[in-house]
Write a protein that binds this ligand. Structure first.
Ligand code: 2U9
Length: 344
């Protein structure tokens, strides 16, 4: 029995030495020290021994158990320490490495320009209003005093969806709808930014889809001088305090009188250069006093109320501010172009 116990100890210790995982170790422990294991079996046979041999075998059996148990613990600790070492090594952070760049997006330049213009007009008491891009013929043309035979209503110039519906050619229908909702009661003081569509061949200065911002102020006693004051303040805020405006007579079906608004050239300060084609002025806006017929059609009494309206192309404002030479850059989404607006 003594030989058998010593053999078992040798075997167990050898197997533990070979064990390569905590699971292996546990299997060896169960195999030798478990209730059905060989050592327990040896102890069960001790009844057959003489009184002299029994304590010796019992003592040795305890020693063997303790030796195996000690080795199990030693190996387990070793394994756990090695596993921890491996984990620490794999998770090591090199704090001296340079940081990874966080990719940052940028507002699209047209969005940046729209938001800047909105902020200026909000500061002047206007509210931002939006409306549908697919419009009825009524709101897009008729309510704006564009007679049925007006060239702008030509199928060749607009994108018609049905006989009566089209992609809006200007944001003016939003103003007409807003006036209608006011039921003839002022004030209406809004700006309407958004996409508009016209059948055009795309080139450096034209696009079949572009952005407009239009404004409308209707109340009792609104005058041309109010229009001039608001546009002067707006232009100085957007382009710079040193810039001036001038108004030239023009014609639009929805305003009477109508004007074209120029801003003094920022390159030559009015002296004349290539940018302003030697004139010292750059055309930036159309505007005028809302035609009485337009007021009436949207439910306002033109004897009581008057108003001014204006319109501008957002791309043009962006081109002028950032010195961009081709409107198509705004729509081709070349990342090298867009990246330049990260700080805008
Ligand atoms: C209502 C009444 C009047 C809006 C106006 C202009 C003049 C104008 C152009 C500028 C460049 C369009 O983008 S562009 O091609 N716009 O010249 N727009 S007055 O007048 C309105 C609008 C709505 C109810």
């Amino acid at each position: 029995m003594i030989d058998r116990l010593q053999e078992l100890r040798e075997e167990a210790l050898q197997e533990l030495e070979k064990a390569s995982s905590v699971k292996d170790i546990d299997e060896v422990r169960v195999k030798y020290l478990g209730k059905k294991g060989p050592i327990t079996e040896v102890l069960r046979g001790m009844g057959k021994l003489s009184a002299e041999e029994r304590p010796k075998v019992g003592q040795l059996a305890n020693e063997v158990r303790e030796d195996i148990q000690a080795k199990v613990e030693e190996k387990t600790e070793e394994m756990e320490a090695a596993a921890l070492e491996a984990q620490l090594a794999s998770e090591r952070i090199d704090v001296t490495l340079p940081g990874r760049e966080v990719k940052r997006g940028a507002r699209h330049p047209l969005t940046a320009v729209i938001e800047e213009i909105e902020d200026i007009f909000i500061g002047l008491g206007f509210q931002v209003t939006e409306g549908p891009e697919v419009e009825t013929d009524y709101y897009n043309f008729e309510a704006l005093n564009l007679p049925p035979d007006h060239p702008a209503r030509d199928m060749q110039d607009s994108f018609y969806v049905t006989d009566d519906m089209l992609l809006r050619t200007q944001t003016s229908p939003v103003q007409a709808r807003t006036m209608e909702k006011h039921n003839g009661v002022g004030p209406v003081k809004i700006i309407c930014p958004g996409k508009v569509y016209r059948r055009d061949d795309d080139d450096a200065t034209h696009s079949h889809q572009f952005m407009q911002i239009e404004g409308l102020y209707v109340d009792k006693g609104v005058r041309m001088s109010d229009l001039k004051g608001i546009l002067n303040t707006f232009v100085k805020n957007y382009f710079g305090a040193e810039r001036n405006i001038r108004l030239r007579p023009s014609f639009f079906p929805f305003t009477e009188p109508s004007v074209e608004v120029d801003v003094s050239c920022g390159i030559c300060a009015g002296e004349g250069c290539r940018v302003c084609k030697q004139s010292g002025w750059i055309e930036v806006l159309g505007a005028g006093m809302v035609h009485p017929r337009v007021l009436e059609m949207s439910g306002f009494d033109a004897k009581e109320y008057s108003g001014f309206a204006f319109g501008m192309g957002v791309e043009r404002f962006a081109l002028l501010k950032y010195g961009i030479d081709d409107i198509r850059h705004f729509y081709t989404n070349d990342i090298r172009f867009l990246d330049q607006f990260k700080r805008v």
